[in-house]
Write a protein that binds this ligand. Structure first.
Ligand SMILES: [Zn+2]
Length: 208
């Protein structure tokens, strides 16, 4: 089983990616993780990430390519965070074609814009790495960590205006990608409003 997982910020993509690779024993290719690893040894990537810029397609494609070669894809794999736009999808097709490997399913975990904003803007974190949500997972005492008692903060990335920008960028990049995969017949929309188990159940029903 080779699949691609798409979804806007706040859709719970990371959580579901972990559930999928664990349950179906396939390899997890997360471009986020790959870039964080590459950052340590690559000055250019480090610079781009530190300044908050987007990493150019060529660099991301190259990292994915090397990773696919290194990790033997026979077991099946899940691509998470890639492709992000139409150009990357076309590059991926070329890569896989040369290896005679096919994608079986493309999942989109779908949630509405306002829901994404609510989910992300409500996140609070503690320096001890505990995380909360003001309504969905509140701490016992407002604004204080249950474990260490420290003040909870909102990450800059999670501020409402930043979330709105991220969602707009996501839409712009992903819409052509969705059209592209719809034509392949592999595309499946998953209702991201369900809880974690409900979302996973929907995805599992498509994995043989
Ligand atoms: Zn804490």
């Amino acid at each position: 089983m080779n699949c691609i997982l798409l979804g806007p910020p706040g859709a719970g993509k990371g959580t579901q990616a972990k559930n999928i690779v664990k349950n179906f024993n396939i390899v997890h290719f997360s471009t986020g993780d790959m870039l964080r690893k590459a950052r340590k040894s690559d000055g250019v990537i480090s610079e781009l990430l530190s300044s908050g810029q987007l990493v150019p397609d060529e660099i991301v494609v190259d990292i994915v390519k090397k990773s696919l070669e290194r990790n033997g894809v026979e077991r099946g794999f899940l691509l998470d965070g890639f492709p992000r736009n139409l150009r990357q999808a076309e590059q991926l097709d070329l890569m896989l074609k040369s290896k005679n490997v096919k994608i079986d399913k493309v999942f989109l975990i779908d949630i509405e814009f306002e829901e994404a904003v609510n989910r992300i803007a409500g996140r609070r974190v503690c320096e001890c790495e505990a995380s909360y949500h003001v309504t969905m997972l509140p701490p016992e005492k407002v604004g204080k960590c249950d474990y260490c008692g420290a003040d909870l903060v909102q990450r800059n990335d999670d501020e409402e205006s930043v979330v709105r920008d991220r969602f707009t960028i996501y839409k712009k990049q992903t819409e052509p990608l969705i059209e592209y995969y719809k034509k392949t017949g592999l595309f499946v929309v998953i209702d991201g409003l369900k809880d974690e188990k409900g979302v996973f159940r929907q995805i599992s029903s498509y994995i043989l």
